[in-house]
Design a protein around this ligand. Structure first.
Ligand code: ZN
Length: 90
């Protein structure tokens, strides 16, 4: 079965330093999401933490909608990649 793709969503689709933008649940657009834990993973320059070679920071979220998901930033050689994914229960 093909895995469903979820997209990082914010309330107004703009991210800038002048205006806060509320993160939404990537599954159902739920507005109330709570941080459950933050995990730092070392990629050992060998793709061990994510699709890239470097380190990863994951912020695990639990939505009042019932969905669990994570907001992640992957790092490698000065480039940074942000993405989200649906996760299992806490
Ligand atoms: Zn949701």
């Amino acid at each position: 079965m093909k895995k469903k793709t979820y997209y990082l969503k914010t309330e107004d689709d703009s991210l800038c330093d002048l205006k806060l933008s509320k993160l939404l649940c990537p599954v159902c657009n739920g507005r109330y999401n709570h941080k459950t834990r933050i995990v730092k993973r070392s990629g050992h320059d060998n793709y061990q933490a994510w699709k890239g070679r470097g380190n990863l920071i994951e912020i695990f979220m639990h939505g009042e909608c019932g969905h669990n998901w994570s907001l992640s930033i992957g790092f490698h050689k000065g480039e940074s990649f942000i993405f989200c994914k649906q996760t299992r229960k806490r």
